[in-house]
Design a protein around this ligand. Structure first.
Ligand code: UD1
Ligand code: CA
Length: 461
């Protein structure tokens, strides 16, 4: 039987106090809606519908990379039942089951969703609700039971004080039989504290009609936490971060101070790697075995081999570092830098889109952009590749074993041949052939007595 997924994301997210759609705020380093769309993809849904409304254009633009997503606009936003109705045209002539997800509930696991769908299919219920027993039910709809069976859901704002004591909450995630669903949802009224069309009201409607309504209780209640405020956003990121740190430590990674270590969920780190305090590792970064990452480093979407050392305060973005290389302190590598085995990138070195070969060294103060640098090259302090002519970027090639003297400018496009030397303070505009020396600084002149002559032989006052 076909499965269709609808994700609700039209709401205003008032409590976020944000100029951007709530579901684009990041959880575990990615917009929270992306986590929800991951689930929809894993389920192999035949139809995927996203209900947008508030700031719809910004949201649609941000999700352009999902061509199989059907966007439907709910305008104005009159509640969750009204939002579901907005998806009806996108499901014309479909049959099967619907899973309704909330764009603001990002931690839901594939396992829990599968449990919900399996239970729903087995019981042939018209509606199956994912619920959780929690210690702090505040803000959530409460599950009111009569005997074993669910009778209705009451929203916090409409609940009596006795109902507010109920610890079983509605996750806002449901499985539905598609047939008859929209007709029943249309009968939901808006006579409640918020004047909204509440989808949870479908429970009592179905029960009155003698239709099957079931529940599945999650075993890990934090999975269904919804994000409605900045505080909840931070809490959720905190939960994810703790889970990640705990899993990495269990797998043999030393994390000296988990409280100040921020590692995104998708990061992989090998055993015996040591992470010092205040490190962030983001995106899909992969760190090998036995590396050491010192305080203040930020690594984004990058790959590090084994036994790589990253000294304090480096930024490494979208780059790749091979085994036993050493980076920093205070180095900045960005935009597809590759650093070869045993290479050394030292203090205040910036590299952009550069290949830095095996065993090469750039110890201090350099800018290497759009460069192809071979093996065992030595880059002196203060070397600059002048890669930009004001309109275009050009490549600097430095072949194996070359030596670039300190304070040199290499004006691209230019090639320094194998084993060639560039003298200190040179401005190199033309290719340097292999095994030769290029100097461009003029001969030194000394003007004897210049200081005294200039100052008229006095102390200058
Ligand atoms: C909802 C449930 C509540 C449940 C909680 C779980 C209702 C009335 N209440 O409350 O029982 O415990 O979720 O997190 O359903 N949305 C729209 N259009 C609208 C209104 C909302 O698309 O007109 C979307 C929101 O963008 C959000 C989701 O629906 O993704 C839930 O809406 P929200 O306002 O956050 O509902 P809650 O008050 O959290
Ligand atoms: Ca919510």
């Amino acid at each position: 039987m076909d499965l269709h997924v609808i994700v609700l994301a039209a709401g205003k997210g008032t409590r976020m106090k944000s100029a951007h759609p709530k579901v684009l705020h990041r959880v575990g380093g990615r917009p929270m809606i992306e986590h929800v769309l991951d689930r929809a993809r894993e389920l192999g849904a035949a139809t995927k519908v996203l209900v947008i409304g508030h700031l719809a254009a910004e949201l649609e633009r941000a999700l352009m990379s999902h061509p199989d997503l059907t966007f439907v606009v709910q305008e104005p936003q009159l509640g969750t039942a009204h939002a579901l109705l907005a998806a009806e045209p996108a499901l014309k002539s479909r049959t099967g089951n619907i899973v309704l997800l909330s764009g603001d509930v990002p931690l839901l696991s594939r396992r829990t969703l599968t449990r919900l769908i399996d239970a729903h299919r087995q019981s042939h219920a018209a509606m199956t609700i994912l619920t959780a027993n929690v210690d702090a039910p505040r803000g959530y709809g409460r599950i009111v039971r009569s005997g074993e069976k669910i009778a209705r859901i009451v929203e916090e704002k409409d609940a009596t004080s006795a109902e507010r004591e109920i610890r079983e909450i509605n996750s806002g995630i449901y499985a539905f039989e598609l047939e008859g669903l929209f007709e029943a949802v249309r009968t939901i009224a808006s006579e409640n504290a918020q004047g909204e069309y509440y989808l949870p009201d479908l429970v009592s409607i179905y029960r009155q009609r003698g239709k099957g309504v079931d529940t599945v209780i999650v075993d890990r209640p934090h999975e269904i936490l919804g994000i409605n405020s900045r505080a909840e956003l931070t809490l959720m990121n905190h939960i994810l971060k703790n889970e990640k740190n705990t899993a990495l430590m269990a797998a043999g990674v030393t994390i000296e101070d988990p409280a100040t270590t921020y590692i995104d969920p998708e990061v992989e780190i090998g055993a015996d790697t040591i992470i010092h305090p205040g490190v962030s590792i983001e995106g899909k970064s992969v760190i090998g075995l036995g590396c050491e990452i010192h305080s203040g480093a930020r690594i984004i979407g990058s790959q590090l081999g084994n036994r790589v050392v990253v000294l304090n305060h480096c930024v490494i973005a979208h780059s790749s570092i091979e085994d036993e290389a050493s980076i920093g302190p205070f180095a900045h590598l960005r935009n597809h830098v590759t650093v070869g085995t045993h290479a050394k990138v030292g203090n205040f070195v910036e590299m952009k889109n550069t290949r830095f070969g095996e065993g090469s060294k750039s110890g201090h103060l350099a800018y290497l952009g759009d460069a192809v640098i071979g093996k065992n090259v030595n880059i002196g302090a203060g070397t600059i590749t002048c890669n930009f002519d004001g309109t275009h970027k050009h490549v600097t090639t430095i072949e194996d074993g070359a030596f670039i003297g300190s304070d040199s400018q290499l004006i691209a496009p230019v090639t320094i041949g194998e084993r060639a030397y560039v003298g200190t303070g040179a401005t190199i505009r033309e290719d340097v052939p292999p095994a030769s020396l290029a100097v461009s600084a003029g001969k030194q002149r000394v003007i004897h007595g210049w200081v005294d002559q200039k100052k008229g032989g006095t102390d200058g006052s």
